[in-house]
Design a protein around this ligand. Structure first.
Ligand SMILES: [Zn+2]
Length: 235
């Protein structure tokens, strides 16, 4: 079992771990700060250092958290240092939290559902669904989202038992079935504003998000729209 260090400390950039298994160019370590991908958040990249050698981590496998290495491989049982590509990860964290704000505003104030999202570095694609959703409504959602960000609310993660979780149906936005196999469910809460089941990494306060800008609006029919947003530093 690998300990997922990013769950309790999303700001952890560097860590040490021990190599437990090697399969081709994929190494398995006992603990990691690398996010393996999932929930629309991409896997982290970075490097590992061992015995004065630097190798790249070019991918992390979502299913088994295997770290795909380019370069020299460490040996079994060897201690390695892991360093995640922080600039990229932090940009993704800001975008991830931004999408939760958009989702909260859309859901609570506009009854609009987010049906999917894909996060990139400082940018995200968000799919929305609502009868007669117009560009004007989307612009309002973004405007309201920026007002929420300006409140600089705190963001925290905690766990609920399945029973507690099922009593709060608003926590399951996308696919309720996804959570059936877990005994404990991790919830990411933007204090007093929005809470969602989530396994990803987030910034600790909304001020770090900056400003959300609507980049592109695409109509996929009467009900379904796709938008692209990016986060910018507040000027
Ligand atoms: Zn999320």
């Amino acid at each position: 079992m690998v300990e997922l260090l990013y769950l309790d400390n999303p700001y952890l950039q560097d860590f040490t771990a021990t190599v437990q298994k090697i399969e081709g160019n994929v190494i398995f370590i006992d603990r990691t700060a690398f996010y393996p991908g999932g929930g629309g958040q991409p896997y982290d990249t970075g490097r590992i250092v061992f015995n004065n050698t630097n190798s790249s981590v070019i991918k992390v496998n979502r299913d088994n958290v295997g770290h795909v290495i380019e370069g020299e491989l460490p040996s079994l049982g060897e201690k390695v240092e892991g360093h995640i590509n922080w600039e990229r990860r932090y940009a993704v964290m800001r975008t991830h939290t931004a999408v939760h704000v958009i989702s909260g505003v859309a859901y609570k104030q506009f009854k609009v559902t987010i049906t999917g999202n894909q996060l990139y570095e400082g940018r995200a694609r968000v799919d929305l669904s609502f009868e007669n959703l117009t560009k004007e409504i989307v612009e309002d959602i973004i405007k309201e989202s920026n007002k929420v960000i300006n409140k600089n609310l705190q963001v925290k993660a905690y766990y609920l038992s399945k029973e507690e979780f099922l009593q709060r149906p608003g926590l399951m936005r996308v696919n309720p079935k996804l959570y059936e196999k877990y005994d404990k469910i991790r919830v990411v809460e933007i204090e007093g504003f929005d809470a969602q089941a989530d396994g990803g990494t987030h910034v600790k306060s909304l001020g770090e998000v900056g400003k959300i800008v609507l980049e592109k609006y695409e109509s996929k029919g009467r009900k379904n729209k796709r938008i692209y947003v990016r986060v910018e530093n507040e000027s």
